[in-house]
Design a protein around this ligand. Sequence first.
Ligand code: GDP
Ligand code: MG
Length: 179
Amino acid sequence: MTRGTVAIVGRPNVGKSSVFNRLAGQKLAITDDVSGITRDRLYAKCEWLDQEFSLIDTGGIELSDVPFMVEIKAQAQLAIDEADVILFIVDGRVGITNGDQDVINILHRSNKPIIVGANKIDDLKFMDNIYEFYNLGVSNVFPLSALHGIGFGDLLDEIIKLLPNKKEKRYEDTIEFCV
Ligand code: GDP
Ligand code: MG
């Protein structure tokens, strides 16, 4: 049984596709040889500790001929509509940008649980950068390096904690059924 859906949201170039590939456990990006553009996969099934969930990379859903902010707002809205947990990726080296702030404001208008992944923390020397991201109003901030695969165990533990359809529920149901 799938535990639910996680949607990845964030500005271009923060590492959403790289995080997606790490969570999906394999290199899934498809390169389009003709145009030289990397077309990223949007959906994957993920597994962690015997639990399964679906993953969406909203950054891969592109609208043509619209300004960047319109596109990213549409992606945020898609995450709100489709996901049980939202994974908001930021660039852990750049800090909070106006674009990040706009997107988080939209995300906060929903009641969906949000996790912030501060990506590109490739080295311990960047670790202190993550404190700034608590200003986004999210208590779950995880340092990540999609490049080196750092921080994904803790992130996945938290995702599993926040997803609905808990496995224990089945046992409760069984007990009720027996009574
Ligand atoms: P997206 O546009 O948000 O999907 O970002 P991508 O996954 O395509 O990554 C954008 C750029 O950031 C690429 O050049 C990646 O190689 C780089 N990148 C992604 N994750 C990391 C990371 O953890 N550390 C570093 N140093 N670079 C990263
Ligand atoms: Mg991408």
